[in-house]
Design a protein around this ligand. Structure first.
Ligand code: CA
Length: 230
């Protein structure tokens, strides 16, 4: 697979250089934008495979950049935020960002997040037209019959557990916020994070072999959950 072209949106030159150098060392191509306006222009004119977006930009708010880009593109976006922007990070995910990194981050952390995106893009390319069956490792979901299987054995899921599993599977590789998940499971009259946690725990008991090191569903404390490509 060809390495990705990554658009790096960051106004802080030393951080921007660190990121682009890291990308270059690992054979990724990079494009840069020092502010929000140029980020939108670069994204629309060069159609990158991935966008690394700093939320604290001098001109546009990072969230505004996400909204603009999401109006025409599904390109994966990883937001980079300072600790003081924790709330913004969650808002960014709700507006369609895929993942986040908190400053200061290590180069290894950055590369690991990029690999998650790569695996997801490869997975989507592989599955292509088959929207009716989802396969991830030993986990299989047949959307049409409404059944899920682990190692070819049917799982006995409650309707809510099945819905949760489908929501995570359909956005594999993406961090989904509590709000996003609750709105999609319960609709407008959504419950609370505590009950979401309970349903998630019962779902995990059924699909994870080792509850202490979950393979399929990753918890992001205070943020939400993500299904990993196994
Ligand atoms: Ca900044």
């Amino acid at each position: 697979m060809n390495k990705l072209t990554v658009l790096v949106v960051e106004d802080d030159a030393p951080i921007r250089n660190l990121i682009t150098t890291t990308l270059k060392t690992h054979d990724y191509k990079s494009l840069v934008a020092p502010n929000g306006e140029s980020a939108v222009i670069e994204a629309s004119s060069h159609n990158p495979d991935l966008i690394l977006l700093d939320l604290g930009l001098p001109d546009l708010d990072g969230i505004e950049v996400i909204k603009k880009i999401r109006s025409w593109s599904k390109t994966p976006i990883i937001v980079i935020s300072a600790r003081s922007e924790d709330e913004d990070k969650i808002t960014a995910l709700d507006f369609g960002a895929d993942d986040y990194l908190t400053k200061p981050f290590s180069v290894e952390e950055l590369l690991a997040r990029i690999r998650v995106v790569e695996r997801r893009l490869a997975f989507q390319a592989e599955c292509g037209a088959s929207d009716s069956v989802f396969v991830n490792g030993q986990l299989k979901i047949d959307y049409v019959s409404g059944c899920a299987f682990l190692c070819e054995e049917e799982l006995h899921l409650t309707p809510i557990e099945f819905k949760l599993l489908c929501i995570l599977a359909k956005s594999i590789g993406k961090v989904l916020t509590h709000t996003y998940i609750m709105q999609n499971v319960w609709g407008g009259s959504w419950g609370d994070v505590a009950s979401l946690r309970v349903f998630m725990a019962t779902l995990r008991k059924k699909i994870e072999r080792d509850g202490n090191s979950p393979q399929y569903i990753q918890t992001h404390v205070g943020v939400g959950y993500r299904m990993l490509k196994v």
